[in-house]
Design a protein around this ligand. Structure first.
Ligand code: ATP
Ligand code: MG
Length: 424
């Protein structure tokens, strides 16, 4: 026997039994996003590595340690995408979607990060997201938040909290950075290695540290909200007013920074405490400088991404998975020469009854083994075609659920019979 080759560590097969939850998320999201006027965009799962370096930033965890990058045979350095925003912005610039226009876009698909695998954290994971372009106000940020909240309601998910913060304008943040670095330098002996490294590269990210020994020191650090310029303060106040006016619950988390340089003004996360450490199920914000950073004209932008894998875990935990439609009919064909006529009748039913879920037996086998399959399929009816039925142009309908009644009819009545039986 040869060795079995197994799936790559941190990557998973999603099996037929998993699909109820995935359809609920993917189909539900598509319907919701389109009902808000968002249009889908699909970009390749690989991009030039430079795109992610320039957008996400050289000194982020993602770019420093988590990307799957390789040299293509042609000499380009390519990476599997670790997130969706950079690609959407690249595609928007390249295809002329962003200049003097407003766009509401959504996407869905696999992302890749070489992280330590654990529950809710995988090396191939899936995101749903939205990106908007050309809208400067807090109104579009409120819309994004309302849309996500509606999604939780639609899914029946509970126990998800919205956290918000503002990072102000780029200038404000620069001044604040200096304050923060000065503060952390006064507390050098309390910083861990990660934070010492970030002190020079990305000091805001220290606020995000989960190290319990640093919590009190971080708590006492200067707060960005006490150092906001007037314009940023007004923008944030407008957003909060819209959220309040709509009864949207939230809490302000001054430590929410999302580390990336391209964010400005609003940042937000939807967080749950029911997934252990992997508690963030959706994260987003405003990123007005990114389009220009990637070579486009200055363009207002705001968006978010959700982690589908974590939402699947929540649907399971909260028992909110809805079963998809079951098979209506299992078609049993037993005996010589029954398959040809059986396939013909099955196709006729499919023609006449669009939306019918019909499984036609294939591969022969005894009547008894076929009936077992019919029962296991979950179908409410079995159609039974044997040699004598083919000869007499008849067919049997067997009720598999409520009673075990059986009905023999002429094949010419099949469509009308099935119509009335399945509607009732
Ligand atoms: P975390 O703090 O959990 O590492 P992040 O800040 O790296 O999250 P984002 O880059 O903001 O995550 O991605 C948006 C969402 O995608 C996250 O909130 C999460 O739900 C999901 N996500 C990110 N990385 C993974 C992963 N490795 N496996 C599963 N889901 C993930
Ligand atoms: Mg991460």
């Amino acid at each position: 026997m040869v060795d079995q080759i197994k799936v790559i560590r941190g990557m998973r097969d999603l099996l037929p039994a998993d699909m109820d939850a995935w359809y609920q998320l993917e189909d539900g999201w598509r319907q919701l996003a389109e009902s808000y006027g968002y249009q889908q965009i699909r970009t390749p799962i690989m991009e030039k590595t430079a795109l992610f370096k320039r957008s996400i930033g050289d000194v982020t965890d993602i770019v420093e340690k988590e990307m799957y990058s390789f040299d293509d045979k042609g000499g380009d350095n390519l990476s599997l995408r670790p997130e969706g925003t950079a690609s959407v912005v690249r595609a928007g610039i390249q295809n002329g979607l962003l200049v003097n226009q407003q766009q509401r876009l959504w996407y869905s698909g696999p992302m890749f990060r070489r992280e330590r695998p654990q529950k809710g954290r995988y090396r191939q994971f899936y995101q749903l997201g939205a990106e908007t372009f050309g809208m400067p106000g807090a109104d579009i940020e409120a819309e994004l938040i309302f849309m996500v909240s509606r999604f939780w309601k639609q899914l029946g998910l509970e126990n998800i909290e919205l956290q918000l913060n503002t990072l102000g304008t780029a200038e404000t943040r620069l001044k604040y950075k200096d304050l923060l670095v000065a503060y952390f330098r006064d507390h050098m002996n309390e910083l861990d290695d990660d934070s010492l490294r970030r002190l020079d590269t990305n000091p805001l990210r220290i606020l995000d540290s989960k190290n319990s020994k640093m919590q009190n020191m971080i708590e006492a650090a200067p707060k960005l909200k006490d150092n906001l310029d007037q314009q940023s303060a007004d923008h944030f106040a407008q957003l909060l007013e819209m959220l309040d006016f709509n009864g949207q619950a939230y809490s302000i988390n001054p430590r929410l920074v999302r580390g990336l340089d391209y964010y400005s003004h609003t940042v937000f996360e939807f967080v749950t405490n029911s997934l252990g450490a992997q508690g963030t199920v959706c994260a987003g914000g405003r990123y007005d400088s990114l389009v220009e950073q990637l070579g486009g004209k200055p363009t207002y932008a705001a968006g978010f991404a959700m982690g589908i894998d974590r939402l699947v875990l929540m649907l399971q935990d909260q028992q909110k998975i809805k079963a998809q439609k079951q098979v209506d009919i299992y078609f049993v064909m037993s005996g010589a020469n029954t398959a040809k006529q059986g396939q013909k009748l099955a196709e006729m039913l499919r023609n006449e009854l669009p939306g019918l879920y019909l499984v036609a037996h294939s591969g022969g086998g005894s009547f008894k083994s076929q009936m077992k399959k019919a029962d296991k399929s979950g179908a409410s009816l079995a159609l039974i075609l044997g040699e004598s039925e083919v000869e007499n142009s008849t067919i049997n309908i067997k009720f598999l659920r409520n009673d075990s009644q059986q009905l023999e009819i002429d094949q010419s009545e099949l469509v009308s019979q099935i119509k009335t039986l399945l509607i009732n």
